[in-house]
Design a protein around this ligand. Structure first.
Ligand code: URA
Length: 211
C-alpha cells in the first residue's frame, strides 16, 4: 500500500513558502510567515471535518447552523522544537483543539531517535490527531513520533509539514502507509547531513534565531 501525499498548492501557501526559503528572510519575518502559512495549512488539512447542524438565534431569526462536530476532538501534536511554529498558527484557527508534544533527539552513534518528552491528552483515543513538524527530511523523527502515538490509539493520524524530501516520504510511508502526509512542497532530496535541498535550512534555528 502506498501512502497518500497531499501537496497544498494554493498560491498563497506557495508564495509564503518561497519567502521562507530565502536566505535573507529575517527571524522576525520567518516567524510571521510561519504563522500565516500555518493558518492556510490548517484550513486545507481540516477541509473534510464533519459539520453538524445546531440551533442558533441570529438577530433576525432562529436557524439550524452548521457547526464543527469535532473541534474539541482534535489534538495537534508538535514534534519539538520546530513543530511549535506550525502548532501556534494552527491553534489560532482551531482554538478548542487539545495539544500534545513529543521531544526526540537523534543518538549521535546509532542515529536512532530517542524520546525525551511525551505528553498528550489522556483521552487521546477519542480524538483525531494532526502531527506537525515543518520539515520531513529523513523521516526518522516523524516515523518514531507516529509509532509512539499509535500506542495511545487515537482515532486517526495525519502528518502536516511544509517541506518534504522524497526519502522522508518513502521511509515514513513504509512504516505508516495509512497516515496521509500534507505538505506544501516535495523537494529534490537530502544532503549528506540530512538537510533538505533546496529546503529552507534548519527550521528551528530560523524560527528561534539560534542560527
Ligand atoms: N530539519 C530542518 O529543520 N531542516 C532540514 O532541512 C532538515 C531537517
Amino acid at each position: 500500500m502506498t501512502g497518500q501525499v497531499i501537496t497544498i498548492d494554493h498560491p498563497l501557501v506557495q508564495h509564503k513558502l518561497s519567502l521562507m526559503r530565502r536566505v535573507e528572510t529575517t527571524t522576525a519575518e520567518f516567524r510571521a510567515l510561519m504563522r500565516e502559512i500555518s493558518l492556510l495549512m490548517a484550513y486545507e488539512v481540516t477541509r473534510d471535518l464533519p459539520l453538524k447542524p445546531e440551533p442558533i438565534q441570529t438577530p433576525m431569526a432562529s436557524m439550524l447552523a452548521p457547526m464543527l462536530a469535532a473541534e474539541k476532538k482534535l489534538v495537534l501534536v508538535s514534534i519539538m522544537r520546530a513543530g511549535q511554529g506550525l502548532l501556534e498558527g494552527m491553534l489560532e484557527l482551531i482554538p478548542a483543539a487539545r495539544v500534545g508534544h513529543i521531544g526526540l533527539y537523534r543518538d549521535p552513534h546509532t542515529l536512532i531517535p530517542i524520546e525525551y518528552y511525551f505528553k498528550v491528552p489522556t483521552d487521546i483515543e477519542d480524538r483525531d490527531v494532526l502531527v506537525v513538524d515543518p520539515m520531513l527530511a529523513t523521516g526518522h523523527s516523524a516515523t518514531a513520533a507516529v509509532l509512539r502515538l499509535r500506542q495511545t490509539c487515537p482515532k486517526s493520524i495525519r502528518f502536516v509539514c511544509l517541506v518534504a524530501a522524497p526519502e522522508g516520504i518513502q521511509h515514513f510511508h513504509e512504516q505508516h502507509p495509512d497516515v496521509p502526509i500534507y505538505t506544501a512542497a516535495v523537494d529534490e532530496g537530502l544532503d549528506e547531513h540530512g538537510y533538505i535541498l533546496p529546503g529552507l535550512g534548519d527550521a528551528g534555528d530560523r524560527l528561534f534565531g539560534t542560527r
